[in-house]
Ligand binder design. Sequence first.
Ligand code: F6R
Length: 265
Amino acid sequence: MEVVLLPTAQDCGRVVADAVAGSVLAALARGGPVVLGLATGSSPLLAYRELLRRHRDEGLSFAGVHAFLLDEYVGLPAGHPESYREVIRRELTDSLGLDPAVVHGPDGSAADPLQAARDYEQQLLAAGPVAVQVLGIGANGHLGFNEPGSSLASRTRIKTLTEQTRVDNARFFGGDVEAVPRHVITQGLGTILGAQHLVLVATGERKAEAVAAAVEGPLTASCPGSVLQLHPHVTLVVDEAAGSRLARAAHYRYVLGHKLADQGW
Ligand code: F6R
């Protein structure tokens, strides 16, 4: 795992954009459609703005890219402004010039959400692998909406949110916790591990404990983020505050400062 500790959230946004653009360009150069895995929430927003800037000002092209979301609320009507499909369209994919037909997410408004979860897993497997998956992490260590206790081998399915996650996400629903759905469809931890490159971004002191547990704690379902330790290509990008509980912070800085040209990660 490559741990990149940076002074500010803006720096994190730039480095995540570098990682995403690099993996997308490499995959496009290999030919064929490229699958980009997208998280929602606030953590990746600065990276998304940087990708939009590069698309607008520097001609970074996403032609040939298909996007797949990590998760979706169950029960919000299609087109609800806080459904993750709408959020990602508004924040990123429309402005990147991606046709909504190539932006995929679990159908949380389906009459049969269990089947919708199974269908999404199949759709992802058929289109994949995901070249690069952007991730955030919950303050309780959740990845996607795999809350603590989720199987490390899980596939896309319905999960129940913790009350803490509903409280955390109430800010997107005008502060009304009751408006935050209780259930979600989320890619499983095993599904997420199928991506070729995982790029996790975390900023702020509230994430410090989860980041330390994910990177330096034991591999355990009690911290779903610890599943990153099983993946061969992870870039973890954190600002000083989110990295403040990392015991090996000095070593991560040393490693980055002394990389060989072709060392990899
Ligand atoms: C969102 C997702 C979640 C968020 C996490 C952090 O698609 O899968 O795991 O990444 O809840 O949310 P923010 O970034 O809003 O702190």
